[in-house]
Design a protein around this ligand. Structure first.
Ligand SMILES: [Zn+2]
Length: 224
């Protein structure tokens, strides 16, 4: 909806809300059934208000009311956290913006305090999580000592039995065989015996100077 249409729709909605409030909610002499019905209609209109105002870009700015600022068009409080996203069915969808972990902390943070974003979406069957956090102190597994976990931005994609983790420092692809806590061995490629390398369904591509260009994992689903 454009600004003009939205202004008209929101104005109509507020009229309907006022009508319901005057007729069913502010009168003292009204039977219980009717006031319940009025209450429900008011709630439903409130939900519609929430969705309509998601389309508002707050074009006309805000006006002060008490200690808050309200949008002149949709009357939403400035800076309030939205509960829903409005996404187009066709075309690209955008949720949130790129966030990087911030600079040094002034004090030690817990994991919860360090969290900037931790959000998950299931998109046509693929699961995507973005976690961004500042540096924090945490106890790991059986270790009784606290260690500092570096600030990071980790993007995790789960699809077809694979888990791909992309962080600031390292990218990992886990197959179904990887089990948290299970025995897993590893090393740099040149450290592994040929006997093991032969079983690895991996192709490395490199450019003229020998620098890594692509890593391909041949995905033999049944054997992996
Ligand atoms: Zn607005």
């Amino acid at each position: 909806m454009n600004k003009k249409e939205l202004k008209v729709e929101i104005a109509k909605l507020f009229k309907s809300m006022d009508y319901v409030a005057d007729r069913y909610l502010s009168k003292t002499k009204i039977n219980k059934k009717k006031s319940e019905l009025g209450y429900n209609i008011y709630q439903q209109l409130g939900l519609l208000w929430e969705f309509l105002s998601l389309q508002c870009k707050h074009w006309d700015g805000y006006k002060k009311k008490g200690d808050k600022f309200l949008c002149k068009i949709c009357r939403k409080v400035k800076g309030i956290k939205e509960k829903y996203y409005l996404l187009p069915v066709n075309g690209g969808k955008v949720i949130g913006r790129m966030v990087k972990p911030g600079k040094d902390n002034l004090r030690k943070l817990s994991k919860k305090e360090a969290e900037i974003v931790n959000d998950t979406i299931k998109f046509h069957g693929a699961k995507l999580n973005v976690a961004v956090f500042k540096e924090y102190a945490s106890k790991f597994g059986k270790l009784d000592k606290e260690i500092n976990v570096a600030a990071d931005r980790v993007v995790t994609l789960e699809e077809n039995g694979l888990v791909v983790d992309i962080s600031e420092y390292i990218t990992g692809i886990k197959t179904k065989r990887f089990k948290e806590g299970g025995r897993i061995y590893g090393g740099f490629l040149w450290e592994l015996p040929k006997k093991i390398l032969r079983k690895m369904p991996i192709i490395l591509s490199y450019d003229k100077s020998g620098k890594l260009a692509e890593i391909e994992l041949i995905h033999l689903q049944k054997k992996m």
